[in-house]
Every structure is written in C-alpha cells, then in structure tokens.
Design a protein around this ligand. Structure first.
Ligand code: UT7
Length: 329
C-alpha cells in the first residue's frame, strides 16, 4: 500500500543577462522577426557569455529553490540534473552543483533525456521518495543550448536559448497533494529526427571525410507532428491515471519549443488560453529547462496556488516524452 508521495516545496530559475533578439538574428541569417514570431513565437532568447557555464545557472536556480523550500543544502539527499549540454560529461553538472552549494549529503546524477529531462529527472525523484529511501531531492534542468548551434543555420539557430530551473521535491504523506501521476515514453526508431552529431564518442563525418559540425540537426516538421501527438496523449494519460479530466486542470505547462505546438496540444485538450502557460517569447527553447523555468515564473506570478491542478508535459530528442499531474501543495 502506497503511503508516501512527493510535493514540490521550492522552485527557482536563473537565466543569462544577455539577450539575443529577433532583430539581432536578422543581421546574422536570412530570417525576419515576423517569420520567427509567427512560426515559432519567440521574440528573444538569453545567451550565456564567456565564463558562464551550465553549472553557473544550475547553481543559481538551485539556491533559489532551496531558499523557497526553506532547506539547508545539507538536508538534500539527491541532486538530479536533466541536461544534454553539461559543462563536461564528467564530472556531472549535479557534482558541480553539489560542490557549489555545499550539499555534502547528496547523491549526484545527470539525466540525458533532451527536452524531457526535467520530467525524467523528476520521475526518479518521485520514485525515490515514494519508496521511502529519500526525503528531499533537488531536481534541476539546465542547458547551454547556444553552445551547440550552427549560427549560420536559420532552421535551428533562431530556436534555442540558455537557462536553468529547479524544484525541490519533499516527502509527504498527504496523497491528495503533490505528484499524482506520471507518464514516460520514448521511440528510439525516430532517433534521426533530432541529433547532435559529435557530442559523444561516435564520430560523424561528411561525404568528404571531414568531421560533421557539432551542431543540432533537426527535421523540424516531423518533430513537430510527433510532439503534438505524444504531448497530447501523455497529458491525457496522467489525467486518467489521477482520475481527472482536462476540465479539472488549472494550468498546463508544456515544453516551450514552438507556440504552435503548445496551441495544438491545448486545443486538443480543450484548454482555454488562460489555463496554458507561455513564456517562449522571452527565452526561446531552453530544452529541459523550459518546464522548471516556467514553473518558477508561474509560481512567482501567482498562476498556480495551493490545491490547484497542474499538468507538465514535455517532448524532445530521442524521441522522448513525458507528463506529470501535480496537485499543488
Ligand atoms: O525541443 C525539442 C523539440 N523541438 C521541437 O519541438 C521543434 C519542432 N519543430 C518546429 O518547431 C518547426 O518545425 C520549426 C520552427 C523548426 C520550423 O517551422 P516549420 O513551420 O515546420 O517550417 P519548415 O521547416 O517547414 O519551413 C517552412 C519554410 C521553408 O521555406 P520554403 O521551403 O517553404 O520556401 C524554410 O526554408 O520556412 C523557411 N524557414 C525560414 N524562413 C525564415 C525555415 N527557417 C526559417 C527562418 N526564417 N528562420
């Protein structure tokens, strides 16, 4: 008999100061503010500068979340970071954050699930807490996407931004609040739709034998169709598991990759605009970090309050997808 769940007790975010606007991009590639605004919904994105790393923003977001949760770093049992743009493959970003904040009692792990990274990382936190093994877990998602972009490729360079978000999950025996349900999915047969070549041990070469650039390659419209389908189905699944319908939802926080994907998913779920969180215009696609950055802003703006039902829903390379239904504590 299940007698524990996890509730979110703190959230935080950190983004670089430096902005790159659509007008700036117009000077770099053959694009327009009108195309980007209409087709994607982005107005500007934040870009990390020299000396600013993934762990810089992950640490700042973590400190924010711990402050809100009113916890000492020594109270944290586990730090899990969803990222595919770490400072280094090893040490992990989780290790770097642990050292930066002095969370000396925490285990440390990075999770690579692309844009679904926050939900996959949260699934581990939920499982650890439900099983009674751990009490307080810091989940962070942090990305420096702009280090992996070909700035001459208008198909991709307009999409991405940098930043981090964090949430503290704490054990609770009130099963009506906190995480109610979760859905995770993947389809490796669609691995070629979104790839970062030369980001691991495999070498990718061009026809002439030279190394392919380490920059995101995407078949955008295929990714788009899969994103809408899987995010819709994942949201339906977590609602059904929690014995709820979309009418019960107070706020949907969907991965901020394209405003048209968010609109299509929310339309299928019959959610009115005021129940759908959007901040893509400010930050672009920060991969795994979009959900916790949005969560921190939604809490800050008073858009999600105690007792209300939140659905978070993401999709990314792999392909991967996932959703969670959370009754806000
Ligand atoms: O976060 C991980 C998951 N990622 C996603 O979910 C991204 C999903 N995909 C998308 O959001 C969209 O597919 C994109 C935003 C990437 C592209 O939008 P699209 O509506 O699918 O455009 P498209 O690739 O079909 O291209 C339409 C036209 C093409 O021109 P032609 O062939 O019709 O003459 C492109 O060359 O738009 C052109 N185009 C651009 N024009 C101006 C592509 N990029 C740009 C650009 N500026 N930046």
């Amino acid at each position: 008999m299940q007698n524990l769940t996890a509730k979110i007790t703190g959230v935080g975010k950190a983004v670089p100061e430096t902005r790159l606007t659509n007008a700036d991009l117009e000077k770099m590639v053959d694009t327009t503010d009108e195309w980007i605004s209409k087709r994607v919904g982005i107005k500007e994105r934040r870009i990390a500068q020299e000396g600013e790393y993934n762990s810089t923003f992950a640490t700042a977001a973590a400190k924010d979340a711990l402050k809100m949760a009113n916890l000492d770093p020594k109270d944290i049992d586990f730090i899990i970071v969803g990222t595919t743009t770490p400072d280094t493959i090893y040490p992990s970003v989780a290790c770097l954050v642990q050292n930066n904040i002095g969370a000396v009692n925490a285990g440390v792990l990075d999770v690579a699930a692309a844009c679904t990274g926050f939900i996959y990382a949260s699934s581990i936190a939920w499982g650890m807490i439900r099983s009674g093994l751990m009490k307080n877990i810091l989940v962070i998602a942090s990305e420096i996407n702009t280090a992996m972009v070909d700035w001459s490729d208008r198909d991709t360079c307009i999409l991405f931004g940098d930043g981090a978000g964090a949430a503290v999950y704490t054990a609770s025996d009130d099963l009506n609040k906190g995480v109610l349900s979760m859905e995770l999915g993947g389809d490796g047969s669609l691995k070629d739709l979104l790839v970062l070549p030369n980001s691991g041990s495999r070498k990718y070469t061009n026809a002439d034998g030279t190394l392919t650039m380490r920059a995101t390659q995407m078949t955008g419209n295929e990714v788009f169709k899969n994103a809408v389908r899987h995010m819709y189905e994942a949201a339906l699944s977590v609602l059904a598991q929690a014995d709820k319908t979309s009418e019960d939802v107070t706020l949907l926080i969907a991965h901020q990759a394209n405003i048209r994907i968010i609109d299509a998913v929310s339309k299928r779920l019959k959610l009115p605009k005021e129940k759908v969180f959007v901040n893509i215009e400010k930050y672009g696609n920060t991969s795994a970090a979009t959900i916790p950055i949005a969560l921190a802003e939604a809490v800050e703006n008073g858009q999600i309050k105690s007792g209300e039902l939140l659905v978070i829903d993401a999709f990314g390379a792999g392909l991967t997808w996932g959703a969670m239904a959370i009754r806000w504590a």
